[in-house]
Design a protein around this ligand. Structure first.
Ligand SMILES: *Cc1c(COP(=O)(O)O)cnc(C)c1O
Length: 476
């Protein structure tokens, strides 16, 4: 494709995306295709001769769009938001265009140095502690996902608790990790991947009302494991659980960690970005004093296309010791000088995209004020929705709901718990099949709850109101 052809098709693609956003409400939110339907329409074999790009675009419309679930639809209330935005899409396009591999500073200095600047900017925007900044002993790095961030944190924790020997000798003792039943599954996966093993992941009790981790029980489990000769290695505290946005008491959990010399990883994948608003910074209470690592996803609620998860370390040394290897083909004077950052030592893969461009583009386009407005709009709409649910006696509302997610359930007083759960689930499926909106569910204390997550920049009050009317009608 020549630059002139690229210009021509590139403009068509940008027009396609702009038209897509302008007309997004004409699509059913959740794709209505059956399993195998998309694949059956596609050729089983690749083309021998190249084809005109127009045919790619026409197949996109005819064959793929029906199989797309529209995550940017204003009536998408499922899971958590995965915001895209104009500036992020354009920043990502520029990154694709440059086609840079930023594995070490020398392979593209701007890729590394812009990343350092934007992660430090983001730390400042979120009110995170000074020691997370790169000019101190800590530092931030953009990962593909919070799952990778948890894995990197786990490797760093092992390295620190293992007297710096784990990277060379491997695991020689029984290490233990601590989570609650609401901790994201990526922590157990990290434990499996690093060789700690799922059986050594200890489940700490949660408070019945807040669903937050119980620090006293954590203390008991750690003491038990120490007495049994294990090495308590990492605790994951969550700020905003995936199920209900419950918040673990980071300060109290951190005090237990500090007492036992256990690494504290804080997973704030969804909720952390809310701290752009000073009135929501209370969610990070205890992080400054106790977190050894902290992660939040710009790619959920902060208007930055997947993938862009930011991980900060209070001290970057254990992570670098855990992951740094210098093969001959990567030797270069800048690395040898020790004056530069090589982000390959801060992540699992070697290669890395110029992801900082899209985050930079977002931070500059919206500014702190624009980001705060986006978060406040989502929180405001979610709070309004919660008030409607609370005021309707046919529903029960799960408290608290401080952010953009509201969990609730229709009450079926005549039904036993299991039957009521079934009814709730079927009601949700019927709503989702209508294509008008998309909700997901969770289970808390044996009861199925519906989750409505507000977070798209496309979502206005009228959309949330229409969703509420549909939910009410479905309950009848
Ligand atoms: C979404 C989520 C994750 C996983 O995020 P990925 O970036 O998709 O790996 C981890 N933890 C929490 C609390 C989440 O909500």
């Amino acid at each position: 494709m020549s630059p002139e052809e690229f210009r021509q098709f590139g403009k068509q693609v940008v027009d396609w995306i702009a038209d897509y956003y302008a007309g997004i409400e004409s699509h059913p939110v959740r794709s209505q295709v059956r399993p195998g339907e998309v694949r059956a329409q596609l050729p089983a074999h690749p083309p021998e001769q190249g084809e005109p790009f127009e045919q790619v675009l026409s197949d996109l419309d005819a064959l793929l769009v029906p199989g797309v679930t529209h995550w940017q639809h204003p009536n998408f209330f499922a899971y958590f938001p995965a915001n895209a935005s104009g500036p992020a899409i354009l920043g990502d396009l520029l990154s694709s265009g440059l086609g840079v591999q930023g594995m070490v500073w020398a392979t593209s200095p701007a890729c590394t140095e812009l990343e350092t600047v934007v992660v430090d900017w983001l730390a400042e925007l979120l009110g995170l502690p000074e020691h997370f900044r790169t000019d101190a002993v800590g530092g931030g790095v953009i990962q593909d996902s919070a799952s990778s961030a948890a894995l990197v944190a786990c490797l760093a924790a092992l390295q620190r608790v293992g007297d710096g020997q784990v990277a060379s000798r491997g695991i020689t003792r029984r290490h233990t990790l601590y989570v609650s039943e609401h901790t994201h599954s990526s922590l157990e996966r990290a434990a499996r991947m690093v060789g700690v093993g799922a059986d050594n992941v200890r489940i700490v009790d949660v408070d019945r009302d807040t669903l937050g981790m119980n620090p006293e029980h954590l203390d008991v489990l750690i003491a038990e494991d120490l007495a049994a000769g294990a090495v308590p290695t990492m605790v994951c505290a969550t700020i905003g659980t995936t199920s209900t946005t419950a918040i673990d008491p980071v300060r109290a959990v951190g005090e237990v960690c500090r007492r036992h010399g256990v690494w504290l990883h804080v997973d704030a994948a969804y909720a952390g970005v809310a701290a752009v608003c000073p009135e929501l910074r209370w969610i990070n209470d205890g992080v400054a004093e106790f977190a050894d690592s902290y992660c939040t996803n710009a790619h959920k609620w902060l208007l930055t296309n997947f993938d862009c998860s930011v991980l900060w370390m209070a001290d970057r040394r254990p992570m670098i010791d855990a992951l740094s290897i210098l093969p001959e083909y990567l030797r270069n004077p800048a690395t040898a000088s020790g004056e530069v950052i090589d982000y390959r030592d801060w992540q699992v893969p070697l290669g890395r995209r110029f992801r900082a461009l899209k985050l930079w583009s977002v931070l500059r386009w919206y500014g702190a004020a624009g980001l705060r407005e986006h978060i406040r709009t989502s929180v405001g709409l979610a709070q309004e929705f919660a008030a409607w649910v609370r005021d309707d006696p046919r529903f029960e509302l799960l408290q608290p709901h401080p952010l953009g997610l509201v969990c609730f359930r229709p009450l079926f007083p005549e039904l036993a718990t299991e039957d009521a759960n079934d009814r709730t689930y079927r009601l949700m499926e019927a709503l989702n099949e209508s294509g008008e909106l998309y909700l997901t569910h969770t289970k808390v204390a044996g009861r199925t709850l519906l989750r409505l997550a507000v977070g798209s920049p496309q979502t206005e009050r009228r959309h949330v109101l229409a969703a509420w009317k549909q939910i009410q009608e479905a309950v009848g």
